[in-house]
Ligand binder design. Sequence first.
Ligand SMILES: *Cc1c(COP(=O)(O)O)cnc(C)c1O
Length: 398
Amino acid sequence: MQKIIEEAEANLLHTYNRFQVVFDHGCGVNLYDVEGKEYLDFVSGIGVFALGYGNEEYNDAVKAQVDKILHTSNYYYNVPAIEAAKAVKKASGMDRVFFTNSGAESVEGALKAARKYAYLKDGRTDHEIIALNHSFHGRTFGALSVTGTPKYREAFEPMIGNIKFAEMNNFDSILENVTDKTCAIIMETVQGEGGILPATEEFLKKVRALCDEKDILLILDEVQCGMGRTGYLYAWQKFGVKPDIMTTAKALGCGVPVGAFLMTEKVAANSLKAGDHGTTYGGNPLAGAAICKVFEIFEKDNILGNVREVSAYLEGELDKIAAKYDCIKLRRGAGLMQGLVFDREVNTIINKALSKGVVLINAGTEIIRFLPPLVITKSDVDKMIKVLDESIAEVVNA
Ligand SMILES: *Cc1c(COP(=O)(O)O)cnc(C)c1O
């Protein structure tokens, strides 16, 4: 394994400080490294492998599509993309879909749709967008411009213009930033990368009402918190608040790289038109086949039911751990998207857990993030908690 890691470091651009492991294959909720060691996965490739590894039905559907046709072009119709669009519309209640290849691209499209909508209303080209501190929307320039962590942006300035930052769950801070040029407010329904922080119902409802009053578009980024992760197909469905534009990716394809942004008919009819936006790969037949199968399995296997049941148990067990150690400030999150907030850096704990066969990840430097495949069981939670407990104890007692 060491030799592979050295080769990786000699050849790949070093944009990640990687954990010292090379995964080779997976089965269910377990990963195996190239030396055959087994790991219990509580990251699922950052919320991608919702169905776990090696789901036969999913794999067969992807393989069958590979043998049929992988790619045509968006200048032609293809049936898997149409079926996938119907599935994601049904799941979300949104009206129109544009398929992309990633989360960042979905955010780019959402921002362009919002600007075009405002432009068609008043012909101005100086519209503003409000984003939130500690948000994460991706690494491309548009997505980075609305990402609320200054250190991710600094070296790449100037960003796209006219972005203002407000505070999550602080409606006054939104009001302070609204002007007659505001065209959109973008936020994650549950902040992921920035620290597993859910929007409150009160905050979301006030933002929605403000957007309605001023014809500002509400963009909810569901790339990480969507696709059943919180016990709802999309996290906003819990609150009865609907976005004007929504982004999704990560678990949408459960491994095949896909994303989408969706909008209501009102936005669709008054924003992007033929020639305004495009993609070579987005919505290709392979992506379409994967998306269709994902939604089918979600329904057939009652994935949401499992998330609700196991997440209630996970919350309880994490609360016990949080109560046991002074170095843990609190637990927060929604469904199978949970975080433990520490008073110190958590990397040592995560590395200890990894050596004991449990894969965890941080969100920021002081938060351990739990994003297991949505098919985990209570006994998987028990196994993880045992290793987590031991790992924290070793660090605290060191
Ligand atoms: C991961 C993530 C993105 C970016 O997705 P990529 O596929 O890495 O481009 C955007 N928004 C949120 C909320 C994310 O968690």
